[in-house]
Design a protein around this ligand. Structure first.
Ligand code: ADP
Ligand code: ZN
Length: 443
């Protein structure tokens, strides 16, 4: 547990974020009862609750959430597009959706109150990560259905800071904007930050010409090692925030000034960890699938949503920041990104952690999985740092061996390491796609 703040410790809504635990649990129980009542307006939940004999009056404590049925992505798809909407269309103030890369998006809807709540949720993690009303913020998230763009936009507005809604893409323009309007804060995915960092460093943009102090990243898994690379490369502080469209959007959790994991906004969400195989709840401290019940959503209530995100909730006591809420770990991966290699479960984030331990490598990689014969094979393509790229076979072999050993150390698997020239792998403007699994094409 970190006991010293990295920046000044500020709290946007102490009345909720620092609420004494017994009061918070009572508020959760009351709000859960109301959420179940609202969900009952959806015929899907009405039938499920009736089948298991559940009625809102039976919800007496926050723990009673465990008696409720789970909701999956498939349930949302089965009721496409708006089967989970429980208010008249005239009461909807906004529609957003998941950034799903294939097929139709998963839609979600918000009433005016939902949007209003959401602004405060975003403001909470922005303020705890250094945002002040006098700042200017460059949003380089795509504006559109993805909840990151508008979710953060209105959070920033609530804090009172100025927004440059640049959206993603065109890194030359992004850097020009950083130099000309001098924002102190940048919002994007961590993979887009890598791309911008490369262009800033290789374009010899003088650091003094850019005023950036903080960046807020979300939308995809990233590692502590990646944070160190970006923070030292750009000389800024990077903050992690988490959320997903199905339960709200950004703002489910975010880091405080002490960086002891991401504080869950527990007045608005009940977050559980379950074993994805047995569906049994796991104690805090154990790694599993996060299950989230939003407590305040009026338009589109979901109950015990199975996020497919893997993480854990800390059980190491209270954070010195004064918040009473529990904290979650980084997302270690998604159940649908987990690779099973020769029977061993591996997340891309583990490979990233191993790669970043080797100094000579740049933070750009691509993982390719195939099954040429009976066994799975993994090849990790990784870019070298420009100044470390060498013609000497011997030097290259030493780097390759180092990487292979680091990867083996973290995953217990032997993987092929392919060192590639600087600036040859794909870059990403939004969420990255760093895994190519050729086995799925043939299975
Ligand atoms: P999708 O990516 O499923 O289309 P969203 O655009 O709503 O849907 O993105 C939500 C997902 O993004 C989360 O379920 C999670 O997998 C990922 N995500 C969001 N924030 C983070 C974060 N800070 N760290 C890791 N993963 C994140
Ligand atoms: Zn804290």
């Amino acid at each position: 547990m970190n006991t010293k703040p990295i920046i000044e410790n500020r709290i946007w809504q102490p009345e909720f974020e620092c609420m004494p635990r017994p009061q918070l649990l009572a508020l959760q129980a009351e709000r859960l009862r109301a959420a179940v009542t609202r969900a009952t307006k959806n015929p899907f939940y009405k039938a499920l609750f009736a089948k298991s004999g559940i009625s809102p009056e039976q919800i007496k404590s926050a723990d009673d959430v465990r008696r409720l049925p789970f909701t999956t992505k498939a349930d949302l798809r089965d009721h496409y597009p708006l089967g989970f909407l429980v208010v008249p269309r005239s009461e909807v103030a906004r529609y957003q959706g998941t950034s799903g890369t294939t097929g139709k998006p998963t839609w979600t809807a918000y009433t005016k109150n939902d949007v209003d709540n959401w602004c405060d949720l975003s403001a909470r993690f922005l303020v705890s990560g250094g945002l002040r009303p006098e700042h200017t913020v460059q949003i380089s998230f795509g504006f559109g259905l993805f909840t990151g763009g508008f979710g953060l936009h209105y959070g920033i507005e609530r804090v009172g800071a100025a927004i440059i809604p640049l959206s993603s893409g065109n890194s030359e323009r992004q850097i020009m904007c950083m130099q000309d309007l001098r924002p102190e804060v940048l919002i994007c995915t961590p993979s887009y930050a890598l791309k911008l960092m490369d262009d800033i460093l290789s374009g010899h943009v003088p650091r003094e010409s850019i005023a950036l102090e903080h960046a807020h990243f979300g939308g995809e898994p990233w590692t502590e090692a990646m944070r160190t690379r970006i923070e030292s490369g750009l000389g800024i502080r990077c903050w992690n925030n988490y959320g997903l469209a199905e339960v709200q959007g950004c703002g489910v959790s975010g880091e405080c000034a002490y960086r002891n994991g991401m504080h869950l906004q527990e007045d608005q969400f009940i977050v559980e960890t379950i074993d994805p195989k047995t569906l049994e709840p796991l104690p805090d401290g154990e790694k599993g699938e996060l299950v989230i019940t939003p407590l305040c959503r009026e338009a589109f209530p979901v109950i015990r949503y199975r996020t497919r995100d893997i993480g854990y909730i800390y059980n190491d006591g209270d954070c010195p920041c004064g918040r009473t809420t529990r904290r979650m770990s980084r997302i270690l991966g998604r159940t649908d990104d987990m690779l099973i290699i020769r029977g061993v479960n591996v997340f891309p984030s583990q490979i990233e952690t191993a790669l970043m331990r080797v100094e000579a490598v740049a933070p750009h990689y691509m993982i390719e999985v195939s099954r040429p014969g009976a066994l799975d094979e993994v090849t990790v393509h990784i870019e070298m740092q420009p100044d470390m790229f060498s013609d000497s076979m011997k030097e290259m072999q030493t780097v390759r061996d180092k990487i292979a050993a680091a990867v083996y150390g973290v995953t217990g698997l032997h993987m092929n390491i392919d060192l590639v020239s600087p600036n040859t792998l794909e870059r990403f403007e939004g969420k990255s796609r760093r895994v190519k699994d050729h086995r799925k094409l043939v299975d």
